[in-house]
Write a protein that binds this ligand. Structure first.
Ligand code: GLY
Ligand code: MN
Ligand code: MN
Length: 438
């Protein structure tokens, strides 16, 4: 049985249980369609419904849908191929998935409605429904939260097919990261580095799963920096790139940081890298991800002490909240069909959830670690002046050291990890190693 066929079996079983527990007979997962910009007729880039690509690796066929009836064992895929001389048709190569579903090609949504007949009004609809005729369909429920929570909870544990795709996405992204690194050392601008990154993967910009962060000098301090200077700076001191890729709908999300020269900043990158690898060794089934996040804070506190950013000891720096000023975001998040994959707050498939943690409000993964989960581990350390304002004038912080780091912005190292019974797989480092890098 192919990896995809096994994946489909798991997805089918997960939908059977989700439909059963939420008392639905069937589900229609709509792929979605592009929105047009306000007062304009140009479409915004289209992003397929993640629950559609969970069934089939089709990313570019808006107005398609998957219909699944509980217990059927096999979905029907309505693949939309417009009869339209204005646009090119979505290219759907012949692939294994087509052998495992009932495939129906449609050229209008009326054909789907006619084919489903009165089953439509008994089905749960999942998808965006801002446009006609979808918004007027009579269905049993639209995006029922209970059904979605059930599906989202179980998505955290990946099938072998999903891990395979995540591995391939990391290989693509690692190749592009190497091109970006070379562009940095060649003194290129942020925009040029970004172009080299895309070219190395043969991607257009709308195909990457999130806006790449391509940040030189002070810019790594802006956590989601994605505006890109078009001119190269006179001197490129530091480079943080947080950029991903996509393979069959599955995402990579990798961050690397580089120094132009040896010295204090290069040493800081090495220290964060060592801390990141120590954290990787703490990942075990049963450990809470929250505890890993707190462990990361203690490691960042130790680095702050070692590099003399603080005048107090590491433990006191954590207690006083100083580490949160230097490292404000979460340790990481689930990754899969979405970069920030779903279900990080869910306690169970009934939809009970963990509240955001007050001390660490930006952490979006509060579940215990389980075999088969895939998540990122991405510690960092930055000069975010807005956050340091809270400690203005405090003698706990060595402000001269902060001033020395500011021209470099900060550091982040991010890998994606598959949790195993006894050993974990580092999708990202393995991808770099296979390319002879790192
Ligand atoms: N690239 C977004 C993140 O690392 O979460
Ligand atoms: Mn991430
Ligand atoms: Mn990232």
């Amino acid at each position: 049985m192919s990896l995809y066929a096994k994946h489909l079996e798991t997805v089918t079983q997960r939908f059977d249980k989700a439909l059963e527990d939420n008392q639905f007979e069937s589900v229609l997962v709509y792929a979605g369609q592009p929105r047009v910009a306000f007062l304009d007729d140009n479409p915004a880039p289209y992003k397929v419904n993640p629950l559609f690509k969970y069934w089939v690796p089709v990313l570019e066929s808006p107005k398609s849908a998957v219909f699944y009836k509980k217990g059927a064992g096999k979905p029907t895929v309505y693949l939309f191929q417009a009869r339209d001389f204005w646009h090119s048709q979505a290219k759907i190569p012949e692939e294994d998935w087509q052998q495992h579903v009932d495939l129906k090609i449609i050229d209008s949504l009326d054909a789907l409605v006619a084919d489903l007949g009165d089953a439509l009004e008994r089905t749960a609809f999942i998808g965006e429904d801002f446009a006609e005729p979808v918004s007027s369909w009579t269905v049993k429920a639209r995006n029922p939260q209970g059904l979605i929570d059930h599906l989202h909870f179980h998505r955290a544990v990946k099938t072998d097919w999903e891990v395979h795709n995540l591995r391939e996405a990391n290989k693509l992204a690692a190749k592009a990261h190497i091109a970006a690194k070379e562009a940095f050392y060649a003194g290129k601008s942020e925009l040029e580095i970004h172009a080299d990154y895309l070219a190395a993967m043969n991607f257009r910009e709308s195909q990457v799963p999130y806006n790449s962060i391509v940040a030189l000098n002070e810019h790594p301090a802006i956590l989601h920096y994605d505006v890109y200077d078009t001119e190269a700076p006179a001197v490129s001191r530091s480079f943080l790139i947080d950029a991903g890729s996509l393979y069959k709908g599955y995402c990579a999300d990798i961050t690397r940081t580089y120094a132009k020269e040896e010295g204090f900043y290069a040493d800081l990158i090495k220290a964060v890298d060592v801390a990141q690898q120590e954290l990787l060794s703490e990942i075990k089934p049963g450990v809470s991800y929250y505890d890993l996040h707190v462990s990361m804070h203690h490691k960042i506190a130790a680095i702050l002490e070692q590099f003399e950013f603080i005048t107090i000891d590491a433990a006191a720096a954590y207690e006083k909240g100083i580490t949160s000023a230097f490292m404000p975001h979460g340790l990481g998040h689930f990754i899969g069909l979405q970069v920030h994959d779903v279900g990080g707050f869910l306690k169970n498939d009934k939809g009970d959830s963990y509240p955001r943690n007050e001390r660490h409000p930006f952490l979006r993964l509060l579940r215990d670690v389980e075999v088969g989960q895939v998540f990122t581990i991405e510690p960092g350390l930055y000069v975010v002046d807005q956050l340091l304002e809270e400690f203005e004038g405090s003698s706990d912080i060595n402000w001269q050291r902060v001033d020395e780091l500011r021209p470099y912005g900060g550091v982040r190292i991010e890998d994606s990890i598959v949790v195993g019974e006894t050993e974990n797989e580092n999708l990202t480092r393995d991808a770099f190693k296979a390319l002879g890098a790192e």
